[in-house]
Structures are given as C-alpha cells and as structure tokens.
Design a protein around this ligand. Structure first.
Ligand code: XMP
Length: 508
C-alpha cells in the first residue's frame, strides 16, 4: 500500500477516469480528487505528480473552479490538461482568451522534441482538440512546446519548475501518442518507479472491502456476466465465507451457461445460491410478444426471486454490485434514451433495507475488470465473454417465448459460436436470433416448414454504435448448413447486415 501516487484533480471534465486509467496503464497508481482539494490534504498524500483535468468552464467566469495557487509552489510536477492548462496559465499570471477559431477534433500539431513530454516522439503529432479558449500570453518562465495552425500554445512548459500544460487531450485514443506523452510526464518528469500493478489494485480493494464491511456479511446479485462474476471472486477472497451470491437462473441463458457459472464458483469460499426459476419465468412470459413488456416482466420477476432468496438468508446489511466505470456514465444515457429498458440482472430491488453498497470495480474499465478476473483465477474463456443482455434469450426469441423455441435457439447459437471460434473471422459480439418467421424448405424428398434463424455479428468498441461484421461466406455457409441439418425445426438461416444506427445490436 505504499505505492507512489499521482493525484488527478477534477475540474469537471468528462475524461477524468480515462486520465486516471492511462496513469494506471503506465504502471503508476492514481486517485481522483476534487479540484478544490485543500493543499494540506494533497500534501498529506505525498503525490509524485498532479494532473489537472479539463472542464467545461472558462477560467474568467465568476465561480469557475479554481485550485490553491500554492499548488504550483510545492515542487511537485503538474500537468494541466485543457481547462487544467488554462487554469495553470491564469493562476500563474498568463492570459487566456477566446480563440478566434475554436478547434474541435483531431488536429495536426508541431511539438518541440526538447520538451520532456514529447521526448522520443516525431515533431508532427495529432492531438484531439476541444476548446473555445486558449492561452494567449504565457506565464513568466514558460515556453510554448507545441502549436497548431490556430493555436500557438497547444502545449506549454516551464521545465525548471516541472510545470506542463497541454490544450489537447492526451488521454483519448484520438491522440495516437497521448499515452506516450503521459508516460513521459510520469517517468521523465515525476520520476515514477512504475510500482503499480493489478495485484496492487486487488490488495487495495481487499483492504478497503474489509474495512467497509467489518465482521458482517454481504449479498451479491450474480448474473453470470463478467462484472458481477469478477466482483464475486474478489469478495470471496476478501471475506471468505461471508459472501452470499444469488444466481437466478431464469432459463433464458445460452447453452450450458448456468452450469458454467456454477462451475466457475465451485471451490471458492462463497455461498453460491443457484435459484432454478425457469418455470416461473416462462409462465410469466406465456403469450407475451411485445419486447418492452417482456423486458419489464423479466425485470420484475427477477426482483421478486431475489427478494425471496435474500429474505430467506435473514438480515444482511451490505449489498455488493459489479458496477464498473462505464455503467456510471452510461446508465444515465441508457436510462434516459427510452429505446430499450436495459435491465441488468444484477439490478437491485429499490425498497430493500441495505445500508451499505459495496462496489469494488467502480473505477475500472471493462478490460481492467477482465484482467482482474484472470488474476483472480477465473478462466479466460469465462472473463472474455461477450456482453449478454439481462433478459437473456427472451429478447433473441422474437415474439412469444416458449421452452421449445428457446431450445432451438440455444442449439443454433451454440453452433454459430463454435464456428466463429474455429474461424479466423473476428467480431465483438455475435449470436443467433430466432425470428418469428417460418418458411418452406425441402429436406430429402420432404417439404419442411420451419423457423428462420438470423445470425448477427457486429464490430464495435462502445456498443453504442456498430457495423455488421464482414464474415466470410464460407463461415456463413458452413454455419447455415450445420444449423439447418443439426437443429430440428429450422429451415432457413439469414445474416443481418444492418448497422447501429439505424438498427440496434439486439433484435428486441
Ligand atoms: P442494443 O441492442 O441496445 O445493445 O444495441 C447494446 C449492447 O447492450 C447489450 N444489451 C443489454 N445489456 N441488459 C444488459 O446488461 C440489457 O437489458 C441489454 N440489452 C442489450 C447488447 O447485448 C449490446 O451489447
């Protein structure tokens, strides 16, 4: 717990977690704290460096967030990003004014290789710009370290005092060498030792969980998805024997999935409670065809099962959830855009009497969660799984959901997944859908009249938009012929070539 630490001071920018994450990626522990943190508290943490985030404000506005001016006198290296750069400039007596031409998007810039931030990089770089104010006069002792066509001070530096600022965003992927620039700041300016790793994170989290929970027990809603599974494995290590994980098997899982989840947790010091509730869910879904109605019914039934089980366990004050950082930002968007009700199976009943929420993965991005899961001994196949909707196959069986249709879909989907694994084609998410269309076929000398299966495979990074994956015709052909031959009741297979927008990834 004696890692070197970099403090990220938050001025309201949307990328603060990404900055903290890049620092971790570079092997340095990072913590995000409010921009107006009292200097004493900052000093108490003995950071090796401080990063000031961006923010939506203008430094001249009354009430714009400020930092203690003495921050720049501590002798601790500081990197200001966007608003952070402007704040540093303003505080140290330089000038910030509105740009004649605002810059948005990827912008070409020329950097000074003598500046520590750009050591080892070419003179021509791309930086993601997003600003309407810019530095028009440098504070004393500073030089311009990068410029663009419209912004003469795209980066500034006072190397003697180890103060740096960049107008662009080095933390985003659209600044291709941004991580290198952050690494330069950490290693060349702050003298980082690179003593931080996922093992440290695990240890820190275990200590934090123990401190929060004390001697008590914790309840966890385990969906079998990556996040709640990693959360469960971490909790089991932190609180052996005191974690009760409720896994509601609603019968809407993929082939063998329920058993795989169970197997992943056998042998761990965890009270794994599998509730086989297939019949309950199928009864609820009988005769229901409208997608939103299906989602709502499943969500409600899940809560009911969860409540019943937790009541059986007696009073447990702590509820754990596998919330990860993108959920924190996306949940707003997901909930507000009423396109689909994204019910997470880990979702909790609102009126339960928990007094503490344990969310150890809240700061992590998905790939960090996967890395932690592997470290905790969950199998690679398990942690690298694709996203799977909370309502499960109910939103992949179009129209009424029945056991028979679910079984058909499970078989077809398993074949598609197996063929994808064997092939060299890559997609970020892929699955089969059982449409509610039947069509005529011929097998041997007989006429058949079976269901149409649709295959869906998409390329995406954020799952908010996607393109269909250009799978090879031989893969598609092989999959189609296997499905029609091996799965009774299917007579036709089609491939979905729609992007999102205008379609969504799931069919319902
Ligand atoms: P759509 O269909 O909205 O899906 O383009 C985007 C991503 O979200 C997944 N998805 C869900 N995930 N609960 C979840 O946790 C849900 O109800 C849900 N519905 C869709 C979908 O698989 C895709 O990755």
């Amino acid at each position: 717990m004696s890692n070197q630490i970099v403090v990220v001071l938050d001025f309201g920018g949307q990328y603060k977690e990404l900055i903290a994450r890049r620092v971790r990626e570079c092997g340095v522990c990072s913590v995000i704290l409010p921009g107006n943190l009292p200097l004493e508290e900052l000093r108490a943490r003995s950071p090796i460096g401080v990063i000031l985030t961006g923010g939506p404000d203008s430094v001249y506005r009354d009430g714009a967030p400020r930092c203690d001016p003495a921050l720049f006198e501590l002798g601790v290296p500081v990197l200001g990003i966007c608003y952070g750069l402007q704040l540093m400039t303003y505080t140290l007596g330089g000038e910030v004014t509105p740009c004649a031409v605002s810059e948005y998007g990827r912008t070409e810039m020329t950097v000074k290789k003598s500046c520590a931030l750009f050591r080892g990089l070419a003179e021509q770089q791309i930086g993601l710009m997003s600003h309407t104010d810019q530095v028009s006069r440098l504070p004393e002792g500073f030089i311009s370290a990068a410029s663009t066509k419209n912004c003469p001070n795209a980066a500034i530096a006072c190397q003697e005092r180890k103060l740096y600022g960049v107008q662009f965003h080095p933390e985003v992927e659209n600044t291709p060498n941004g991580t290198e620039m952050i690494r330069n700041f950490l290693y060349r300016v702050c003298g980082a030792a690179g003593d931080y790793s996922m093992e440290d994170y695990e240890q820190r989290m275990i200590a934090q969980i123990r401190e929060q929970v004390g001697e008590e027990h914790v309840l966890l809603g385990l969906s079998g998805g990556v996040d709640s599974s990693v959360c469960a494995a971490l909790l089991a290590k932190a609180l052996p024997g005191r974690v009760h994980a409720i896994f509601v098997d609603h019968g809407l899982m993929r082939k063998n999935e329920g058993d795989e989840v169970e197997a992943a947790f056998s042998g761990r010091e965890l009270d794994f409670i599998r509730v086989n509730a297939e019949e309950r869910f199928l009864n609820k879904l009988r005769g229901v065809t409208e997608p939103e109605r299906k989602r709502k019914l499943i969500g409600e039934e899940f809560v009911r099962v969860f409540e019943e089980e937790s009541r059986r366990l007696g009073t447990i004050r702590f509820l754990a959830q596998g919330t990860i950082y993108p959920d924190v930002i996306e949940s707003g968007a997901w909930n507000s855009a009423a396109i689909k009700s994204h019910h997470n199976v880990g979702g909790l009943p609102k009126d339960m009497s928990f007094t503490g929420l344990v969310e150890p993965l809240r700061d992590l991005f998905k790939d960090e969660v996967r890395a932690l899961g592997r470290q905790l001994g969950l199998s690679r196949r398990f942690v690298d799984r694709q996203p799977f909707p909370g309502p499960g196959l109910a939103v992949r069986v179009i129209g009424e959901v029945t056991k028979e249709k679910l079984d058909i879909l499970r078989e077809a989907d398993a074949i598609f997944r197996e063929e994808m694994r064997r092939s060299r084609c890559r997609a970020d998410q892929y699955f089969a859908v059982l449409t509610d269309t039947r069509s005529v076929g011929v097998m041997g000398d007989f006429r058949t009249y079976g269901w149409t299966v649709a295959l869906r495979a998409v390329k995406t990074t954020d799952f908010m938009t996607c393109e269909y994956a250009r799978l090879s015709h031989s893969l598609l052909g092989r999959t189609a012929s296997r499905i029609v031959n091996e799965v009774r009741g299917v007579s036709r297979v089609v491939y979905d070539v729609t992007g999102k927008p205008p379609a969504t990834i799931e069919w319902e």
